[in-house]
Design a protein around this ligand. Structure first.
Ligand code: AMP
Length: 390
């Protein structure tokens, strides 16, 4: 099946046309800056000419995608639309899009204020511009809904869970689920036979404990701010730091929000960049901030892996994925050096080649397995959409 995968963010619409048989993206593109001077930019796979459409609203962005796909002769083959949704609230699996689903997504706007309204609007626009196509919502949180209560509760008054559903939800679920299936297949097993630690490391990062193919715990929480140090996000911090900074510097809630979401993480620690490539280069040239950022990122990740491992009876493999996990031999090596207690030992040659010549493995033979598996969230969204749209 050919599936149009839409990722409608607050100011952007990303799209890809995925063929679920060849597993290839036939076309992809991006509308940026919606709400300001929104613009569709792309080169067609068919005639290679530039396409530039003005898209001040989400409706115009989805219309531009439709127009572009029409001009590229791709539209007739598309049989369904899959939407990436950041927060699924109560949903434990992908859902066919109905007005009820759209209303529910809007009703949990407080959980992800920038994303949920954009997802709902994107779905309504897609229904308008592609009225005959079945649509499916695939949630970043759904895979984590198998976490037991002891893993998803926070140590705050229980009434906030009962009244406001404040709990750990977890994100990047599509990626954790995808690499779980891939890693199991690489080991010649079914996912339900496997226990993994999956580390999705990119601009946003999270790590999950996978028990018999299902999520038993994860580092992101009520929002994607929790857990690991990320590009510009702080990850978990002592909440009292916020009270302190507010009292000393007069930061209000919006200013604190900006600090922990946009000014912290690798960027805040290094004072240089949120980008691991830039930091790795700078660290090798002696930039102390970059060295501090990488060292802290890797140690905190190892510390979280050690913690989350307590959800498992054994670890069949530690799986690295995401832009950093798939590409940074430095991060993988440093993390594994911090995991000696669990017995991990990196094979430098395998690591430098990202496991490409060792069936994904980067650990030494005879030591606990660590591997690199490329994620493909769009493919999983397309496969879920195919399964549900039939
Ligand atoms: P993602 O959000 O999954 O696209 O990942 C983005 C992150 O991956 C950025 O921090 C990039 O610097 C990092 N990244 C991509 N390629 C490399 C590379 N070759 N070496 C180190 N980091 C990389």
């Amino acid at each position: 099946m050919r599936v149009l995968v839409l990722n409608c963010g607050s100011s952007s619409v990303k799209f890809a046309v995925i063929d679920t048989v060849s597993k290839e993206a036939l076309s992809s593109g991006l509308v940026e800056n919606i709400g300001v001077d929104g613009h569709f930019k792309g080169k067609g796979p068919v005639d290679k000419q530039d396409y530039n459409f003005d898209c001040p609203t989400h409706a115009e962005a989805v219309a531009a995608v439709q127009k572009y796909l029409g001009e590229q002769n791709l539209i007739d083959g598309i049989e369904a639309i899959g939407h990436r949704v950041v927060h699924g609230g109560k949903y434990i699996k992908s859902e066919k899009v109905t007005q009820e689903v759209i209303d529910y997504i809007r009703s949990i706007t407080l959980f992800a204020p920038l994303h949920e309204p954009a997802h709902a609007t994107g779905m309504e626009c897609a229904m308008k511009f592609f009225p005959t196509l079945p649509q499916v919502a695939v949630f970043d949180t759904a895979f984590h809904q198998t976490m037991p209560r002891k893993a998803f509760l926070y140590g705050i008054p229980y009434k906030f869970y009962e009244d406001d559903a404040i709990r750990r939800y977890g994100f990047h679920g599509t990626s954790h689920r995808f690499v779980t299936a891939e890693a199991a297949a690489i080991l010649g097993k079914k996912p339900e036979e496997c226990c993994f630690i999956t580390a999705h490391l990119g601009n946003g990062s999270s790590c999950s404990a996978i028990l018999n193919g299902k999520c038993a715990d994860t580092t992101m929480g009520f929002t994607p701010l929790d857990g690991l140090i990320m590009g510009t996000r702080s990850g978990s911090i002592d909440p009292a730091i916020l009270f302190f900074i507010s009292k000393k510097y007069g930061y209000d809630i919006d200013r604190l929000d900006k600090m922990v979401n946009k000014e912290s993480g690798l960027l805040g620690l290094s004072g240089l960049s949120n980008d691991m490539r830039t930091l790795s280069q700078a660290a090798s040239e002696g930039h102390v901030g970059a060295q501090i950022a990488i060292e802290t990122f890797c140690y905190k990740l190892a510390r979280e892996i050690g913690g989350i491992a307590m959800a498992l009876p054994r670890i069949d493999a530690l799986v690295f994925t995401g832009g950093i996990g798939e590409n940074s031999f430095l991060v993988r090596k440093t993390v594994m050096e911090n995991l000696k207690l669990l017995g991990y030992e990196i094979d430098d040659d395998r690591n430098m080649k990202s496991g490409k010549e060792s069936n994904h493995l980067i650990s030494k033979d005879g030591t606990p397995k660590a591997m690199v598996v490329a994620t493909n969230e769009e493919l999983l969204i397309a496969l879920d959409t195919e399964a549900m749209a039939k």
